[in-house]
Design a protein around this ligand. Structure first.
Ligand code: ARG
Length: 456
């Protein structure tokens, strides 16, 4: 069914049809369209534009249509341009003239904006929920190895030993910020565009507050032109997902490194690895590579859509139809990565000994030696210089750093600094990577996790 027969004398060219139809990808919006359409019908009843009986008959018709979609028996007619048209066409088939009243005081412009906000509201919740699953997997892995440590890196050079749990929780904090951002975006999108009509509202006596409330939006639009033009919520969602994707990409890169023979800090469980079609010995971390790779696509979806929006005159333009594919793709891809990465971390075997050996690189104690000197009254810059000289000597003479330090009679009492894990134990500043600060951090993390999950 086309929605505008009256004015035209020739039908649409097939090349334009192919360019213009969106049913092939927007049919996934059926449930959200029907949700909006049900509220719209109720709004028409409240406005006196439909009788109560007409309202309930249309409600039943919409239920029937939803059941057809759910069962997979809904049949698209070749003339259905998009899911919204298809639903109205089917309602008219099932309810006759009554179906033809359904679009009273509504345009596809406010309809599609409403539908997409409802979809995005649910999608944001879903992505936030799945992000928390990954947070839990990271925290659990840390809990399984409470005493494990590894070198912490800056510039990918060994810097200081850190607790594994601290390292993993650094990723968890990033994800918790992502969750907060996703849910903030959900809060901002919670404005109903229904009732804005094509762009300027309607002369018919509808009240957008009625439908807004039924759809559990926070409030109806204030400006009808903004209501049909605004896709900030799509751009924001694409950004929030892209940033989550970038965090996932950084985790992915780290897993690729950790599971390489060169690091050998960890291996992934067999169900989360792949083999090689040619090299029998290979066990590849494809999950981590795909997590790394998908971020490119997520950033692309964001960038592409921002460019689509740029320069659009008010109000609705058909360009806005291009909001859907990037949005659907980003939501789907990030959910896939979040789920697979949670599984990958749950399956991860951390090579405690190998990582500890790397972390026990004596040069990593250099800062602790300098800080002990500070405790003894040496100004930090002088302590840094003195320890730097000792490191240089150890490197030049190829003598263990401990031997150089402890060979200096003034520093002989620093021996305990070179005991396994001593550096971590001495590190007690708030938020630091050590067993003492860990308890407080864990409480803060659990609290942030609880706040996030209470907002779902
Ligand atoms: N499929 C269209 C979209 O997604 C529906 C709106 C079309 N509106 C119009 N005036 N042509 O944007």
């Amino acid at each position: 069914m086309t929605l505008w027969g009256g004015r035209f004398s020739a039908s649409m060219d097939s090349t334009l049809w192919d360019l213009s139809e969106s049913y092939s990808f927007d049919h996934v919006l059926y449930a959200h369209d029907l949700m909006g359409t049900r509220a719209h019908v109720r709004g028409l009843v409240v406005a006196g534009l439909l009788s109560a009986d007409e309202g309930s008959r249309l409600g039943a018709t919409l239920d029937e249509i939803e059941a057809e979609f759910d069962r997979g028996t809904f049949v698209r007619q070749s003339s259905d341009e998009d899911v919204h048209t298809a639903i109205e066409r089917r309602a008219t088939e099932l309810a006759g003239d009554l179906g033809a009243k359904i679009h009273t005081a509504r345009s596809r412009n406010d309809q599609v904006a409403t539908t997409l906000r409802l979809f995005t509201r649910d999608a944001l919740t879903q992505v936030a929920r799945q992000s928390l699953v990954l947070v839990d997997a990271l925290v659990e892995l840390g809990d399984r190895h409470r005493d494990a440590y590894l070198p912490g890196y800056t510039h990918l050079q060994r810097a200081q030993p850190v607790l594994l749990s601290h390292h993993l929780q650094a990723h968890a904090w990033a994800l918790l910020r992502d969750v907060a951002r996703l849910l903030d975006a959900r809060g901002r999108l919670n404005v109903s565009p229904l009732g804005a009509g094509a762009l300027a509202g309607t002369s018919l006596n509808i009240n957008p507050s009625v439908t807004s409330e039924l759809l559990m939006f926070e409030r109806p639009f204030s400006n009808s032109m903004d209501a049909v033009s605004d896709r900030d919520f799509v751009a924001e969602t694409l950004f929030d997902i892209a940033l989550t994707g970038i965090h996932l990409s950084r985790m992915g890169e780290e897993l690729v490194l950790w599971t390489s023979a060169e690091f050998n800090f960890a291996s992934l469980g067999d169900p989360f690895t792949t083999g090689s079609s040619m090299l029998p010995q290979k066990k590849n971390s494809d999950v981590a590579e795909l997590a790394r790779a998908k971020s490119g696509r997520l950033v692309g979806n964001l960038t592409g859509f921002l460019v689509t929006l740029k320069g659009l005159p008010l109000s609705y333009n058909r360009d806005l139809q291009e909001d859907k594919e990037p949005l659907f793709d980003s939501v789907r891809q990030v959910l896939l990565v979040l789920a697979a990465m949670a599984g990958a971390y749950r399956s991860l075997i951390f090579n405690v000994e190998v990582a500890a050996r790397a972390a026990n690189d004596q040069h990593l104690v250099a800062i602790d030696v300098a800080e002990r000197l500070v405790e003894e009254g040496v100004p930090f810059r002088q302590a840094h210089e003195r320890v730097g000289t000792l490191v240089g000597e150890s490197v030049r003479r190829a003598v263990p750093f401990a031997d150089v330090v402890l060979g200096d009679p003034e520093l002989a009492h620093f021996a305990p600094l070179f005991e396994l894990g001593a550096a971590l134990d001495r590190r007690r500043s708030p938020g630091a990577s050590g067993p003492h600060a860990a308890r407080a951090q864990r409480e803060q993390l659990d609290e942030a996790r609880a706040v996030a999950s209470s907002r779902l």
